[in-house]
Design a protein around this ligand. Sequence first.
Ligand code: NAD
Ligand code: SAH
Length: 420
Amino acid sequence: MRTSLQSVIKDPSLAPEGRLKIDWASAHMPVLNRIREQFEREQSFKGLRVAISLHLEAKTAYLAKVVQAGGAEVAITGSNPLSTQDDVCAALVEDGIAVFAKYNPTPEEYHNLLVKTVETKPDLIIDDGGDLVTILHTERQDLISNVRGGAEETTTGILRLKAMDKEGSLKFPMVAVNDAYCKYLFDNRYGTGQSVWDGINRTTNLVVAGKTVVVNGYGWCGKGVAMRAKGLGANVVVTEVDAIKAVEAYMDGFTVLSMDEASKVGEFFVTVTGNRDVIRGRHIANMKDGAILSNAGHFDVEVNLVELAELAVSKRTVRRNIEEYALKDGRRIYVLAEGRLVNLAAGDGHPAEIMDMTFALQALSLKYVNDNYASIGNRVVNVPYELDEQVARTKLESLGISIDRLTDEQKAYLDSWASH
Ligand code: NAD
Ligand code: SAH
């Protein structure tokens, strides 16, 4: 359904470029295309308002259009001030979607755009890191009773929702999309693995082969970033706080060091922990001249930029998305994309085929929560396994890959404790 709401975007005349980007992405999203047909047929969201906060680029735009095709009136905003693409926003407005987003707003503008999105009085939400949920549970609690439920995209957002659920403060059901197999196995690992290096390479235009790359955090994202760094020919060092993940990194063939040690040898650093102050003053004090710091975790707090600035005598932009900090002893430390997610703030984020599966899960989860919100209650729930499997099967079909099925004898064998 087309909206009559007034959008807030940078420049409507950019729509043709945005449309080309959306068309290119959607042509590489076969799973979501199949869901679009289903939603169009069933009118799954007829008469409902859906508010979305996600990195506002072409793949996300196509998800918004799929939800709209299901009969919803859609309002959308970004989930990071640097990842919104103004041309994509313009194309969406032409398509009758309410857009409240622009590239690089001030922190106050960014917040106001989120609030405006919430003020469309959504029945359903899609969130990425909890911005919409937080506003609905704090400054706009008056709008909360209208919300049936929603779906959350990322690891950090789900951690926060679970904390709310535990203390009993969550006021509507939320589906933890990140925790589905077809999300973290592919999006966090292969998506982040590829797009982080895409972001770093296009931003720095420097060689990776032969250099030492330090990956902070060996979770699902860190595994992908380390794997692809190895593929580019780097010497890869991993730092961890979890003993099991550290052994895993060691067995995967990486050098595992404490950050005090790793900070002395790294040439590229990628933080991807979901934690704060992973790189701080004491580590920067050890670093080589020319070290390049980037972050792929949720917030811009993984590199402590305040402590870096305290150690510096000057700061200047040396290339788009690269800040040089000159230290008192003459060393120079470079920070990419202001310490925000380098793959999204200095790139286009994950590739289309990856977001195809992630956003297929988002779309199906939104329908699931709409159909079942009363029985789910105000809790964080997982994506039902059947939906996860549906996404994997559709993906395989789109690739022309068939897999085997269990015979009756095999099923009986697996179900029996006595057979041998
Ligand atoms: P995860 O929980 O699987 O992994 C995080 C890892 O970091 C854990 O192994 C943890 O032990 C480790 N860690 C925590 N504190 C640390 C520290 N001080 N030093 C070293 N290691 C530390 O999470 P994930 O799915 O890999 O996500 C990581 C972050 O990336 C989250 O904030 C998530 O929201 C974000 N994310 C980003 C993208 C992207 O496109 N850039 C994609 C998905 C998720
Ligand atoms: N609000 C956060 C966003 C978390 S980013 C912030 O401050 O930036 C992590 C999420 O971005 C991941 O879970 C991933 O699914 C999503 N993502 C990665 N590439 C994307 C893309 N091309 N389009 C939309 N979302 C993307």
